[in-house]
Design a protein around this ligand. Structure first.
Ligand code: HEC
Length: 161
């Protein structure tokens, strides 16, 4: 092995040493990819938020503090068949919104409810459990798992009717 080949070999070795730390960049990209997938799973929420507080922040402005709604505008949650009925239907209303004609307690509404999908599965479970046990309603609780099973995959957009 002559001097030239030796120095070439050393050069190659050095450049390999520089490439290895660069590889860790790809490692990070991998991790990012993984964390994106993890986001679509139900996130463990930090502090437990009560259904009542979530209602105040995200529902009260339309459905009112006592769940009575606003005649002709926002339907009542009091003794509503929609609230006490099928769990899947009420979960989907919060996850994807609602539009089109609906009848609540013999009144017809033709409005649009925006989706509240930015709420976590736990927040939606808590707020719906609260609504289903207040305002004159009595229905079984809703779990974060039931909400998760109905949440559309991220990247899905509401197409309307
Ligand atoms: C911007 C106003 C608005 C907000 C905020 C809102 N809603 Fe609604 N909601 C509506 C409207 C309007 C309808 C009726 C839509 C239609 O006419 O098709 C509706 C319908 C409903 C219904 C079915 C009908 C009934 O009265 O039982 C439920 C249940 C419901 N909303 C629950 C909630 C919950 C829970 C929240 C908070 C997480 C919430 N809404 C936030 C406006 C709102």
């Amino acid at each position: 092995m002559n001097k030239y080949t030796l120095s070439l070999l050393i050069l190659v070795l050095i450049s390999v040493l520089f490439i290895i730390p660069n590889n860790s960049v790809f490692g990070q990209m991998d991790q990012n990819g993984k964390s994106k997938i993890q986001q679509s799973k139900p996130q463990p929420s930090g502090k437990k938020e009560e259904g009542k507080d979530i209602y105040k922040k995200f529902c009260l402005s339309c459905h009112q503090a006592d769940g009575s709604g606003v005649p002709g505008m926002y339907p009542p949650l009091q003794k509503s068949d929609w609230v006490n009925g099928d769990k899947k239907r009420i979960i989907s209303i919060v996850l994807t919104g609602l539009k089109g004609e609906i009848v609540v307690n013999d009144e017809t509404y033709r409005q649009v409810m925006p989706a509240q999908a930015s709420l976590s599965n736990e927040q939606i479970a808590n707020v719906l459990t609260f609504v289903r046990n207040n305002f004159g309603n009595k229905a079984d609780p809703i779990s974060p798992r039931e909400v998760a099973s109905l949440r559309p995959p991220s990247g899905t957009f509401f197409k309307g009717k």
